[in-house]
Design a protein around this ligand. Sequence first.
Ligand code: GDP
Length: 355
Amino acid sequence: MTVPSVERRTAVITGVSGQDGSYLAELLLDKGYIVHGLSRNAASCSSPNLASLMAVGAGRLFLHSCDVMDHTSVCSLLRRVRPQEVYNLAAQSHVAMSYKQPELTAAVSGLGVVNLLEAIQEAGLGDTTRFFEASSCEIFGRASRAPVDENSAKHPQTPYGKAKLLGYLAVKHYREACGMYACSGILFNHESPRRGKSFVTRKITMAVVNIKLGKEERLSLGNLDAQRDWGHAREYVYCMWLMLQQQIPADYVIGSGVNTSVRQFVEMAFERVGMSIWWEGSSNGVGNHGIINRGSHMGKTVVTVCIDFFRPIEGEMVADTSKACTELGWQRTTSLRQLVNEMVDHDMALASTAV
Ligand code: GDP
């Protein structure tokens, strides 16, 4: 069957109200797609991430209350809308939370993928619908210091990583054994002003703005020396779309290729609001704290370390994105400094307009 031109395509996005879902919906609407966005609760579709989209997508964006675990609902929706592309961005996506909710994480982030793939088959769309799974670098398990690529060993160490590995393997199975066009984007951390507040980047940018405005005293963090390969979410969702436009489906690692510590992220965020800090106390643990070293807040402790935010297992990984660059022509363009600045500026604008 011929694939319709982009401006006549229909896509389903699960997890549409999240950071990635909203950027992807924007991208697809901009290309002329009809977008069906799934969210567990339609009420959450009034999330700020989707507010601007509703106007842009009038008549072409449809929101549905539908859980990826609900086989009957997913199947009947797929039968009805017959999408050319399905993007699975629904997940329990907090690593820290996955220790507290391992079953829920396995169900949504692992079995949810199987459910969607099976529903596509059952709806009679297995030969025509292309499927994207938002996989995660957590499937590698931070085993190696060398940059990881698609062929690196996968030994997940967190409940989230294990659930994601199940989803990744399911995609591989439906591609190789059932002939589906299905692929996984193995995503490294990706951030933006739309990032959830419990992730460390957004926690930092919001707190820095509040400290600058005198609304908050201190930012309490866990491991300051944990490193992450951070990129901009908008660029990563573009890569998701590229992955579904190829002749042959394949998995791709999507990352920035650069590791940065939480400590450096904190420093950059404070610099953006004109405050610089130095560190005192034990260099890598509780007792370490950040102090303002100039201006009106001089000498004030603004960052402390709290054991509650440490992870049982921590490691570093950096992405080798050669395959995505060569085969998809994808390049990340936003530097981490630009990303930090965008997030801080956004939170400053939000805080300044808040009553
Ligand atoms: P993750 O990589 O998906 O777990 O993304 P997060 O943004 O939640 O965490 C990124 C890194 O920041 C991890 O290595 C955490 O251990 C570290 N980190 C340090 N302090 C905090 C904190 O207060 N909250 C969170 N979420 N992470 C923290």
